[in-house]
Design a protein around this ligand. Structure first.
Ligand SMILES: Nc1nc2c(c(=O)[nH]1)N[C@H]1C(S)=C(S)[C@@H](COP(=O)(O)OP(=O)(O)OC[C@H]3O[C@@H](n4cnc5c(N)ncnc54)[C@H](O)[C@@H]3O)O[C@H]1N2
Ligand code: MOO
Length: 635
């Protein structure tokens, strides 16, 4: 088969419209009847009408006596009247049918006296007093639910009350999901180097369920045209929508587009989005066939853009519009011209403003989706957004949760995640939204009013003191508290067994030693530069001094993967990845908190967690931390 090298670059809306125009009329919703008791969340396929009235008999609305209203004409306080029990007054409870001939109810509290003879009343009663007439709630033939309504618990109640036992709903669209790739393994498999767990199938199947469809996941199909062909044809025979995961781009084993072309029609291979560009849009045997790119973030996003509309279409629905919020961007976002980019962001409210902090952009970083509070779209013809620009964010979490979130921008430390989960464990919804930009950039975020607190560890080379002088320099005139979070050990992170025998900073200039550095403005970088200067070591002689990463874990990963031989970072990052390390020194890591946020309930909740024993014990368990001043405000 001939390989097509260039992907198409039309707007994703155009790609979807192409598909819809060709297929929508052929793929139409179907109806079925289901028992109302198991119809929760199903979509009505027609107008649903009442089969009987409710109540279907006149019923007493109160506990008391059923009477004839006319028997009470002329009664007053001065002329009370006895009504004979069993003849003029019959005892009823709430919900009982009104006995033949009676037309009103008096409540038991309104009866002046009760004897064997009867009840004594002192005021007249109007007809239908405390009687629920037939059909008060529902009248036979009345419309109960419109078409295309998602059935809720209260709807089930009304349907049953109205005598509807079976309800006509849309048949759930059947989505076939086919994971492909020689390297893809089922979740329970023991993994060899190069193997990848099939996580996408489950994510896609769950999305399909959320959208009202049912998903069937096929076994994992290896990258062999013959097997792929068989599997696609089998899926086309039984499913309404076909999903082929991976094999969508240009690799040697990427066959999805060719398969779609061979057995149906290929409408578009590629659309102008990022991530998710190589998506395959087509039709096989009259069914929508979508080739979903293998990278997990790309898979999630393309499923939202192209699969959701089809699952909804087959139920007669259109896509729900996403709640959106105007936010201020905390960090410049670059984006390439020509593609619409979907950037995952954390969102929090600082003072009167909503702030969005961009998360990792990699299409393989599934945690960016787990952490994300929203998605920021950078339009095709724009090169990104400036820091401080106001932009709309589509929300992935309810606003109430975000209201509760503390925004912490600054240096990265593993204890921030522990802190966040302790806050949530105490019943707070929000926890901490942290963005890792380095200590100095964190202080600047405080200056711009974009964060409640900044994690900082900045050594003043003049005084050997931490943090305070930087606040005085960069936030002059502002009252800022310093809450100690931890003291932590900075180490040279080296591979297990320390093969290059690195002992001191001087070893960084040994021939062949490849270093990996932290970004300028990070406290770790300031510490490194301070120590190098003190020891008279020339930065220029360190191979890799210019290679930068943004977090301690990223440094540890670079060493673990062999991309570098050594980097400076915190001990807990080395321990987290099972690496060896050489002690360099201890440093102070504080949370800088402007005065005006100290009294906010979510800030008070955080401070009380920092001061708690349970939090400090969890921090110590990470290794490489000291909590001797944790939770203390330092001058
Ligand atoms: N030369 C080019 N290379 C690539 C291009 C390109 O335009 N030219 N596009 C890149 C982009 S963008 C994406 S997205 C990916 C799309 O990849 P494929 O759909 O072809 O999928 P694979 O290459 O097989 O896998 C990519 C990645 O995803 C993992 N994967 C696959 N299936 C699953 C699954 N079921 N669960 C979890 N993860 C899965 C797979 O192992 C790979 O790591 O191509 C770029 N390359
Ligand atoms: O477009 Mo791909 O989906 O970035 O990774």
């Amino acid at each position: 088969m001939e390989r097509q090298i260039y992907l198409e670059n039309r707007a994703w809306q155009e790609g979807l419209a192409l598909m819809m125009d060709k297929l929508a009329e052929r793929c139409v919703p179907k109806n079925e009847f289901v028992d109302v008791r198991s119809a929760l969340h199903r979509i009505t396929g027609t107008i649903i009408r009442a089969k009987r009235s409710s109540p279907h008999f006149a019923a007493s609305a109160m506990d008391g006596y059923a009477i004839r209203a006319r028997d009470t004409h002329g009664i007053s306080e001065r002329e009370p009247r006895w009504l004979e029990l069993g003849v003029q007054a019959i005892q009823v409870d709430t919900g009982d049918p009104i006995p033949e001939g009676m037309d009103a109810v008096v409540m038991i509290e309104e009866v002046l006296e009760l004897s064997e003879r009867g009840i004594l009343l002192q005021s007249p009663v109007v007809p239908w007093n405390h009687v629920r007439p037939v059909g008060e709630d529902i009248v036979e033939g009345e419309v109960l639910l419109p078409i295309h309504h998602r059935i809720r618990p209260q709807d089930q109640g009304a349907l049953l009350a109205a005598g509807v036992l079976e309800v006509e709903v849309r048949v759930k669209p059947r989505v076939g999901i086919m994971p492909t790739g020689d390297e893809i393994r089922p979740p329970e498999a023991a993994l060899q180097v190069g193997d990848i767990v099939d996580s996408n199938s489950t994510v896609l199947a769950s999305l399909v369920e959320e959208w009202g469809g049912t998903a069937t996941v096929s076994p994992i199909i290896p990258d062999q045209p013959k097997l792929l062909e068989e599997a696609i044809l089998k899926m086309a025979a039984s499913e309404d929508i076909l999903i082929i995961i991976a094999g969508s781009s240009q690799g040697r084993d990427d066959y999805t587009a060719q398969m779609v072309q061979k057995f149906g029609t290929l409408y578009s291979h590629g659309v102008a989005i990022k991530p998710g560009k190589p998506v395959v849009l087509g039709e096989v045997q009259g069914k929508p066939a979508i080739g979903i790119p293998g990278y997990p973030v790309s898979a999630y996003l393309t499923a939202h853009l192209f699969l959701e509309p089809w699952v909804k279409h087959l139920q007669g629905l259109s896509r729900d519009s996403q709640a959106s919020l105007d936010t201020v961007i905390s960090k410049k976002v670059f984006s390439s011209l020509g593609s619409e980019e979907f950037v995952r962001v954390k969102v929090g409210r600082v003072g009167e403003r909503w702030v969005a902090a961009p998360l990792s952009r990699g299409a393989g970083v599934t945690m960016s989706l787990v952490r994300a509070d929203g998605i920021l779209r950078v339009p095709r013809l724009q090169e990104g957004f400036h820091e401080g620009e106001t932009v709309p964010v589509e929300l992935l979490r309810p606003v109430s949760e975000l209201e509760d979130t503390l925004v912490c921008i600054g240096s990265h430390d593993l204890t921030l995640d522990v802190l966040s989960s302790h806050m949530k464990a105490r019943g707070g919804q929000g926890g901490i939204a942290s963005a890792h930009v380095g200590s100095l950039a964190g202080i600047l975020s405080l200056r711009k009013g974009e964060a409640h607190c900044a994690g900082i560890h900045l050594l003043d080379p003049e005084t050997g003191e931490y943090n305070r002088s930087y606040l005085q320099r960069f936030l002059p005139g502002r009252e800022v508290a310093l809450l100690n979070l931890v003291y932590r050990t900075q180490v040279l992170i080296v591979p297990k067994g320390n093969p290059l025998n690195i002992k001191t900073l001087e070893d960084l200039v040994k021939p062949g030693v490849r270093f990996i550095n932290r970004q300028g403005g990070s406290g770790t970088r300031v510490l490194l530069d301070y120590l190098l200067q003190k020891q008279g070591i020339n930065q220029g002689e360190i191979l890799g001094y210019d290679r930068e990463e943004f977090t301690h874990l990223a440094i540890a990963v670079a060493v673990a993967s062999g991309a570098a031989d050594v980097g400076l970072g915190i001990q807990s990052a080395a321990e987290a990845l099972g690496l060896d390390y050489v002690l360099v020194g201890e440093e102070r890591y504080d949370l800088a908190i402007p005065r005006e946020y100290l009294d906010e309930p979510r800030m008070k909740a955080m401070i009380s967690v920092v001061q708690s024993k349970a939090f400090q014990e969890d921090v110590l368990a990470l290794g490489g931390y000291d909590v001797r001043e944790t939770g203390k405000f330092l001058v």
